[in-house]
Design a protein around this ligand. Structure first.
Ligand code: CU
Length: 123
């Protein structure tokens, strides 16, 4: 039965596209980014799953500059931020940098002052 043997190989090929990582669900809404503090461990792989209930951005220029990320994911970032429409979600694979704290926010007018801010904390 050659077909059942092919299925695990096909699954392997799919998962090899990006390093496996712990998924972090981040919700953008009016007007919060949840969770506001994202705890990471240096050198670990993660998948940042951003989902938005409205038009928002996720801006983390310094953090995105620092992390290791596949080119396909990096291409989604423009000028340090990702724009999301309502109902849209984006996955970003990255490897956490050395210890430190990096802020993130929504750059839409007044959204940060309404509460759409947060930070990555890497240990
Ligand atoms: Cu916003």
């Amino acid at each position: 039965m050659p077909l059942p043997r092919l299925i695990p190989l096909a699954l392997l090929a799919l998962t090899a596209a990006a390093p496996a990582g712990q998924r972090i669900d981040v919700a953008l809404s009016n007007f919060a980014i949840t969770p506001a503090t994202i705890q990471l461990t240096h050198g670990q792989h993660y998948v940042l799953h951003l989902s938005s209930k409205g038009g928002h951005s996720f801006a983390a220029k310094a953090f995105f500059t620092t992390v290791t990320m596949p080119p396909a994911d990096r291409a989604r970032i423009k000028d340090g931020k990702i724009e999301l429409k309502g109902g849209e979600s984006v996955d970003l694979h990255f490897t956490a940098p050395g210890p430190g704290t990096w802020p993130f926010k929504c750059t839409h007018f007044l959204h940060a002052s309404f509460g759409m801010t947060g930070k990555f904390v890497v240990r």
